[in-house]
Design a protein around this ligand. Structure first.
Ligand code: HEM
Length: 142
């Protein structure tokens, strides 16, 4: 097929269908499901975090975090379709997120990231983001 036809079809050799993003690189959907599963197992037993969640069932909150993280790292865009623009700091304003809550959140997220057993560079990339995001979410003193 002539190159112009390939370009029109979006199939040029230098513009492949993208699969080499971070989401795919660390294992796609299964990896993110494991991450939020382990994280929410920790939240469920946490005396500081558990009372902050408005719903009795943590399932819907787990799903929102899953969809957000998948979208952020280059996976499906379901979060935006269902919830719109993330505006995460604003969405956390109804909750008192102080340093103690942040540290508990990070403690469970650390355990969840370690359970994935990622390559060191992938783990560092993921952790760096989560750590910075958690610090930016603080909106109150303890
Ligand atoms: C720093 C400590 C944090 C605490 C104590 C906290 C707590 C909460 C709580 C109580 C909710 C409401 C649960 C629900 O969805 O019904 C929530 C929602 C959410 N949180 Fe956090 N969070 C923290 C940090 C983060 C970070 C760092 C991220 C992202 C990397 C994040 C992502 C989300 C998302 C995506 C939602 C759902 C937003 C929506 O669409 O409504 N949270 N969080």
């Amino acid at each position: 097929m002539p190159v112009e036809r390939l370009v029109a079809a979006g199939q040029t050799f230098n513009q492949p269908e993208y699969t080499d993003n971070f989401y795919e690189a660390i294992g796609g959907h299964a990896t993110f499901v494991q991450l939020v599963d382990v994280f929410y197992d920790g939240v469920a037993d946490d005396e500081v975090l558990r009372p902050m969640y408005p719903e009795q069932d943590l399932g819907p909150a787990k799903e929102r975090l899953l969809l957000f993280l998948e979208q952020y790292w280059g996976g499906p865009k379901a979060y935006g379709e269902q919830r719109g623009h993330p505006r995460l700091r604003m969405r956390h304003m109804p909750f008192r997120v102080g340093p103690q809550a942040r540290d508990h959140w990070l403690q469970h997220m650390r355990a969840a990231v370690e359970a994935l057993d990622l390559a060191p560079l992938h783990e560092a990339t993921l952790w760096d983001y989560l750590d910075r995001a958690a610090h930016s979410m603080v909106n109150a003193a303890d």
